[in-house]
Structures are given as structure tokens and as C-alpha cells.
Design a protein around this ligand. Sequence first.
Ligand code: ZN
Length: 162
Amino acid sequence: METYRLPDGSDGKHVEFTGKQIGSGSSHGGKGTLRWTEVRLFRTQAGKYVLQKVGRSVVAHAEEQSCTSGDPYFEDDGPEVNLSGYLPCPLCRPDFSQDALVLENDRFSVHVSDTAEGIVESAYSQDSDGVTYMTRVARQCLQRAGLQDDAIKRAFMTQKVD
Ligand SMILES: [Zn+2]
């Protein structure tokens, strides 16, 4: 058992619990990956489930470029910010030593459920047309978790019909 403190949203909220990570998935495609998602599933000491979804980005843009517009998650950071790990946006191609940069932030969300069914439900996403689907990363995470948690395996493998 370990104590975790996971950020939830971008306003400083956190979810804290003692438990164990039972599954994970990632779409990181190796060196040079600009954006990817990670999903992790935990079981708490008391038997609840916690699902964390993280959208990672290491993209740095030059200031006032159209490729940065319309996205609420950009943050304008001062010169003291550590740029190691960041990669230049392939569209605006900033010069890290010359340009003022706009950095993309990671996005965090956390779901908590008392039941395996509830947490599997929260692993689904909705596209802009309202269609429900499960990402490959979430699927990978739940499949791995199912290897050591029978309730997750059953909930993941079972389609309930009303
Ligand atoms: Zn850019």
C-alpha cells in the first residue's frame, strides 16, 4: 500500500488515498512523442476504485501563433521555467533560445467509484457527437487490472443490457 495524491482538474484540487496501483496504460509512442494519454487504475485500502486519466503534452509554441489559439490549457510561463523535456511545436517551430514560449499543460482528471462496474463506466469517453467509446489506452489499463482483480475483469468483460 502506498499513499497517493493525484491532481484532479487544473484548479489545484487533489484526490488523496492509500492503496495500490492495479493497472496502467499509455499511448506514449517513444522518443519525440509530443502528446499522449496515460490511464492508471488504483484500488484503495477500503476497496474503492480510483481511475486517473492524464493528457500529457511536452509541446512548446512561440507566442501569438494560431496553433495555440482556442485551447484553454496553454500557460504563459516566465523565463525561469525549466524547458528540459519540452519539444518545439512542429507548426510554429519556436527557437527556445530566442522566442517567448507558450507551454502546453498536462490535463488531469480523477474518477472514484465504490464498484468495479462504476469505475469501468468512468473509463469510457464521449466524442463531440456524444458517442461513447473506450480509448485503446483505457482498454489496456483495464485489461491489465483485470489480471489481478476479478471484479474489474468481470465488469470489463460484461455488457449489461437493460
Ligand atoms: Zn505552435
